[in-house]
Structure formats: C-alpha cells, structure tokens
Design a protein around this ligand. Structure first.
Ligand SMILES: [Zn+2]
Length: 273
C-alpha cells in the first residue's frame, strides 16, 4: 500500500467480529487468527497460495469460537483480517507482526514495509481489535464479573515441515495456571484424547493478547491450540469445540469469574510499556 494511506476503505468490513453475549457471562472467548481476509488496499499484491494455508489464519478456529460462545451464551471477539496483514497476537514492533517470510514462504505485501505502512496496519486493524477486546473485558468487570478468558487458536500438524504432531489439543499457560490446571484435569480421564500441557507451544512474553489483556489484568485465562487437521471442516470444528466445551463444564473454571481476590483495576498497557 502507499505510505500514509488508510488500510481499510469503506468497502472493507470492520477489523473485528463480535458474537454478542451478556457481560455477566463468566466466560469470554477471543480468536486472534480467525480470518484470512485482506483489505482491498492490499489486493494489488499477489496473495495466491498464501491465504488458505495455516500462515494466513488459524483453520477452523473461528467456527470453534463461534460454537463455544453460543454454547455458553458468552461473548466472543474475533479478528477479521489475516495474520499476514497484522498478527493480532504480536507486539507491533515484533518482526513477526507483519512478517516478510512466514514458515519459509515469502509474503510480497510485507517486503520492506515502511514505518508508515506498518503504522497503518496498527491503526487500521490491530488497535481497533484490541480496543474492542479491552471494552469487552471492561464491561464484564463493570457487571461484577472477572471473565475467564479462552484464547482459541489452531496449529499446523507439521513441526518444522517434518514431524507430525500427535497431540489433539495443546493447553497453553504461563505463570497463571488456574484455568490450565483445571482444564487439563478435566481432560485427564479420557484416554482417547491426546491433550498436552505447554507442548509443543507454551505461552510466551511475545503473546500479546494473553500478556496485555489477561496477565496484566490478572484475568484467569488459557490459550488453546487445536490441531488444525482435526477441525478443518465445520462439522469437525463443532465436534472438537464441544470436546473442549465438555471439559470446560467439568473443570468448574466458570467459578473463577467470581473470585474476590482477582485484581482487575488496571487498564491494559498502562504503565507497563
Ligand atoms: Zn493462532
């Protein structure tokens, strides 16, 4: 795009999608990598073969997120543009925010991105999404609820292009193990499932959404990675969302939303950047 130009035009849909749900819900679902849409302004670049791969979005994650939100009558906020435009789960200064190369594939639209063009990605997509997420969390807290946040993702079954991953679901956490421990325990009785604890990925300090919205506000949270080939159709995504939903039911994590020790007074990012 031309530096200084708006990323989104009036013809483009908003930078996020929302599943409406009551702010009194103990659960909140977020899906950073839900979409493989690109703005019209970036359509002059070649996107052939990029957007339908795992590098373009988290296959199946949007369907799973919608289904979980509806099942629990909970709100959800989903990204509405490809992670190749702006990775909503990376700090904007991170080289992978708008990668020139992703999983060894060159992304022409991100080659030698100017500071102005990078800022347009932040202003057009990243900031509005995260403002909407912060507003959603605020509305829960104003309703007297500390939302238990589920960060829904999917991962490629290939590791470094070679080894096939055999886990069905990776339950990811950092220092706050409240939700992860309860969900892992809820899964532990089912020998037909391969559910891993921070394997192959764990939450790290580059994971913007968990760090800024959950860790800094001390919200109970967990990141879930479904293996993509398990949820690559609507039917399969709903099936696996229900497997997670059943574990959420058994885990009792919804009671954490009424934990009186939770500290939720700080705004995301304030005094921490
Ligand atoms: Zn993801």
């Amino acid at each position: 795009m031309i530096a200084g130009q708006q990323l989104l035009s009036p013809k483009d849909p908003p930078p996020y999608a929302v599943v409406d749900g009551p702010s009194t819900s103990p659960l909140l679902f977020l899906c950073d990598h839900a979409s493989n849409r690109i703005p019209e302004s970036l359509g002059t670049f070649s996107w052939d073969g990029l957007l339908d791969k795992h590098i373009g979005y988290d296959i199946g994650a949007a369907i799973a997120t919608h289904h979980l939100a509806q099942r629990f009558d909970a709100p959800a906020v989903l990204g509405n543009y490809s992670r190749l435009v702006a990775d909503l789960n990376r700090f904007p200064a991170d080289p992978t925010f708008a990668p020139e190369i992703s999983d060894e594939i060159a992304i022409p639209a991100n080659k030698a991105l100017s500071p102005k063009s990078r800022q347009a990605r932040v202003d057009g997509v990243f900031a509005p999404y995260h403002c909407r997420v912060a507003m959603q969390i605020d509305s829960h807290i104003q309703a007297g609820v500390t939302p238990v946040v589920f960060l829904i993702h999917s991962m490629t079954p290939q590791l470094n292009g070679l080894n096939s991953r055999d886990m069905d679901i990776d339950v990811m956490s950092m220092s706050d193990r409240r939700v992860a421990a309860a969900v892992l325990k809820a899964f532990s009785g089912d020998d037909n499932l391969v559910v891993t604890d921070n394997d192959p990925y764990e939450l790290e300090d580059t994971d913007y959404t968990a760090i800024v919205h959950c860790q800094r506000r001390n919200l109970p949270h967990v990141q879930i990675e479904f293996r993509q080939d398990l949820i690559d159709s609507r039917e399969n995504a709903v099936h696996w969302a229900d497997i997670l939903g059943d574990a959420i039911e058994r885990s009792g994590v919804r009671s954490l939303a009424h934990d009186p020790t939770a500290e939720t007074s700080c705004l995301p990012g304030v005094g921490n950047d």
